[in-house]
Design a binder for this molecule. Structure first.
Ligand code: HEM
Length: 549
């Protein structure tokens, strides 16, 4: 193609020269000649660049243009479903591709969905793939030195302390009782109100409120009350939401630009600073009051002494000299990070799960069968309650429900893509060479849709793929990456499953949930896999003692 382009150019140059000779060297035409040649040169160069760039497509998966790199393809991808676009490129490239961003931007990265690479970066060579300074600097105003952006010793210390706490009996008791309170005193009454009024309700919004209140109870020991009748707007929740969104915008803005905007206090940075003030006001107020409570009740088994939320546990910690182990700023960072980690992930997973059930009634029937079996076993022991509240050991026995939720997370992982930075030259098991400083994106959404990982039916919602002899069997964390893997495996995984199973079973036993006809369902472009338009549903009471209508 490039040969024929050159011939065309030579032919047209001859034609131009012949025409000029025929007409005589008139002053006007002679003056035009250099311009015509410049134009031809430009056309020739453009053709060459276009051909070269399109050839890159064969070699690298996407055309790479001078200056702008692969940005045009990315922008085209962004117009549709971005996650599907990444999946398509990854499948065509056998699981890994290198994205070349425009000059002078921070968009260059290697994108992978290959389980061998995931095991390499999340476990085998964990030390070479930290979150890195770019990520940390970008999120620092919101997350400070908290676990989410931290590396090395700062991360290790928080991980160890939080891990001990998450596995303690007190913490499990706190999570179980706070969930019963929230589901039975808040969630179910709100749903009952919607059912009685025959009104459609945004189930995703209701679930987001549930998990926000729940994670605040775990982190701060305080219930902000987002899931209250009338679904009020809570200033702390609003400030947290705005601060998170404004932080995400930084990832799409060149670093020098957002830094300048921050210095000038304009645009998105202005929004961020205002929302952070709201987050900090709430956080420092809770910290001050907790310290006062603990001071007042030191040694006594008062309310604060019995608390087992993260703030209380970390506030009580002492260094070798008996002084508080953490400053107020660090306590704030710890709590804000846990709220960020645990606030939306379970609720968006539940929203996708309910939507998938609507499309797969046979799965819903099996879940109801399992729940009815558990209720029947309880009744056979003579335990009949006015209000059915599932017990922790009953939730544990819901194996099919566990599989159905895992299958929803496989197809719609709450964190659709994640990020690392290489600190020394590396080579992935698939042969991809990574230079020090390269950013690596691992694409969880795409991984759930790879035939090479899950087989030809990878796009089908089939909880049975998780069952062996009727029991739930977990998969390798490098194949099912919804909860990350290796040393940074999600700390809240067990709690999240408990929370999702408890809420889903409590709703499904009471209501038939139907998505409003024509309601558009699509993922939102964000760090968490929200449904862009929420999930509008109607509810109908189930007949008592019957799983179906
Ligand atoms: C369906 C629900 C959830 C999913 C899919 C999920 C997924 C994840 C993922 C992918 C990460 C890795 C993030 C990264 O390093 O960039 C992570 C980390 C984490 N998650 Fe979860 N999560 C869920 C629920 C929760 C809950 C409810 C909590 C706490 C109450 C929680 C606490 C954490 C923490 C503290 C980390 C950081 C771990 C570390 O860096 O060492 N998660 N989670």
């Amino acid at each position: 193609m490039s040969g024929s382009g050159a011939m065309d150019t030579a032919a047209s140059r001859n034609a131009t020269a012949a025409a000029a000779a025929a007409l005589g060297a008139g002053g006007g035409l002679a003056g035009l000649l250099p311009e015509v040649q410049t134009l031809e040169l430009l056309v020739a160069v453009s053709i060459f660049v276009a051909i070269h760039s399109l050839r890159q497509r064969r070699a690298q998966g996407l055309p790479a243009w001078p200056l702008v790199g692969m940005l045009p393809s990315l922008l085209l991808g962004l117009r549709g479903d971005m996650y599907e676009w990444i999946t398509g490129v990854l499948r065509a490239r056998g699981g890994t591709f290198t994205f070349r961003g425009p000059w002078l931007t921070n968009l260059h990265c290697v994108v992978t969905a290959d389980p061998r690479n995931l095991e390499h970066l999340l476990k085998t060579r964990f030390g070479s793939f930290p979150k890195g300074p770019y990520f940390r600097d970008t999120v620092r105003d919101l997350l400070g030195d908290g676990i989410f952006g931290a590396d090395d010793e700062v991360w290790r210390r928080q991980r160890k302390a939080a891990s001990l706490e998450f596995h303690s009996a007190e913490f499990r008791a706190l999570t179980a009782t706070s969930l019963v309170e929230l589901v039975h005193r808040r969630l179910l009454p709100v749903l009952a109100g919607a059912e009685a009024a025959g009104a459609a309700v945004d189930l995703q919004d209701v679930l987001l409120r549930l998990t926000f209140d729940n994670v605040c109870m775990i982190a701060f020991g305080v219930d902000p009350g987002c899931l209250s009748p009338g679904l009020p707007e809570i200033p702390f929740a609003r400030a947290f939401e705005d601060a998170t969104e404004a932080t995400i915008v930084r990832f799409l803005t060149p670093t020098a630009v957002w830094r300048a905007m921050r210095a000038l206090d304009v645009g998105n940075e202005r929004v961020l600073q205002r929302s952070l003030a709201g987050v900090d006001e709430f956080a420092y107020d809770v910290i001050r009051r907790r310290k006062e409570e603990l001071e007042a009740g030191r040694g006594a088994a008062d309310a604060a002494g019995r608390r087992s939320d993260l703030l209380t546990v970390f506030t009580k910690m002492r260094d070798e000299d008996g002084r508080p182990a953490y400053s107020d700023k660090f306590l704030r960072d710890i709590c804000v990070n846990f709220i960020l980690a645990g606030r939306d992930t379970s609720s968006v997973a539940l929203a996708w799960f309910f939507w998938l059930l609507g499309k797969n009634p046979a799965v819903e029937d099996r879940i109801l069968e399992e729940i009815e079996g558990i209720v029947a076993a309880r009744e056979a022991q003579g335990e009949v309650e006015e209000e059915l509240v599932f017990q922790p050991e009953e939730v544990k026995r819901m194996e099919y429900l566990h599989a159905a939720l895992s299958e929803a997370l496989r197809l719609y992982p709450s964190v659709p893509v994640d990020h690392k930075e290489v600190v020394e030259d590396e080579v992935f098991p698939d042969g991809t060479v990574l230079r020090k400083g390269t950013k690596v994106i691992y694409a969880m959404y795409a991984m759930g849709r790879m035939e090479s990982i899950w087989g030809d039916d990878c796009r089908e919602y089939r909880p049975e793929r998780w069952l062996r002899d009727g029991r739930f069997t977990s998969e390798s964390a490098y194949k099912f990456t919804a909860f990350n893997g290796g040393p940074r495996l999600c700390l809240g995984k067990d709690f999240a499953y408990y929370q999702m199973k408890f809420a889903a079973a409590s709703i499904l036993r009471r209501y038939r949930v139907r998505v409003v006809e024509g309601h558009p369902v699509a993922p939102k472009m964000a760090l968490t896999m929200y449904m862009k338009h929420g999930l509008k549903v109607t509810l109908a009471k189930r007949d008592k003692g019957s799983s179906r209508f």
